[in-house]
Design a protein around this ligand. Structure first.
Ligand code: GRF
Length: 205
């Protein structure tokens, strides 16, 4: 069993999905703690309803990004966390944070990276006129959506799609992809090679 931490800033639908899959036993891990950088993130109440410990850590209470992340790392260490799952966490991580959890921090981004990094990725893709959009789960480094890609899922952009309908289509895929990747990580099946990530087959006995 791996100990998971989920970091959020908002709604928390990906968080809820992952918690549900751990409860069903589909993910060999348990969500020990949820940390938010926003006091009013709806995800916090949702996490509490599952009996998960929650923390709000506000940047305004710290003199620098580095001091902020030190506090977050201190909380994570207290729970003996194996994997940090960013789920709508709208804050870049410092090098200290990334180095504290090498290849053990993941994020989901609502676009097919390396296209459309940053905010409003679905709108960026829609406005660009792409015919295929999607989502990406990747390891996190200090950059904005720049870490190594673990897995992606695509959706077709139909003529009648709007930004809203496309966002919804992508979110549906996010809800399948993220628990799947977290499951793989909890089973140590994500192998990091020099330039890419390989997924190990499931043991067949
Ligand atoms: C998702 O679209 C995710 O890809 C992006 O932020 C959104 C978070 O949604 N990083 P939720 O909080 O998981 O509902």
């Amino acid at each position: 069993m791996k100990n998971l931490a989920i970091m959020v800033s908002g709604r928390g639908s990906n968080m809820v999905n992952i918690v549900e899959e751990t409860k069903k036993g589909n993910i060999k891990g348990r969500v020990k703690v949820v940390i938010s950088n926003k006091a009013d993130a709806p995800a916090l109440e949702k996490a509490k309803a599952y009996g998960i410990d929650t923390y709000t850590v506000l940047q305004s209470d710290f003199s620098s990004k580095s001091e902020y992340d030190k506090k977050v790392i201190e909380i994570l260490k207290g729970y003996d966390i194996d994997l940090v799952v960013l789920a709508g966490y709208m804050k870049l991580l410092t090098k200290e944070f990334v180095d504290a959890y090498p290849n053990r921090i993941v994020n989901i981004h609502p676009a097919l990276l390396p296209s459309f990094r940053g905010l409003d990725a679905q709108k960026q893709a829609f406005d660009f006129g792409v015919k295929i959009a999607g989502c990406t789960v990747h390891f996190v480094d200090e950059g904005m959506d720049t870490g190594k890609i673990i897995a992606q899922r695509a959706v077709i952009v139909d003529e009648e799609d709007t930004v809203e309908s496309l966002t919804e289509k992508i979110l549906k895929e996010e809800h399948k992809l993220y628990p799947y990747v977290v499951k793989l990580l909890c089973e140590d099946r994500v192998i990091v090679e020099e330039n890419k990530i390989r997924i190990k087959e499931e043991d067949s006995h």
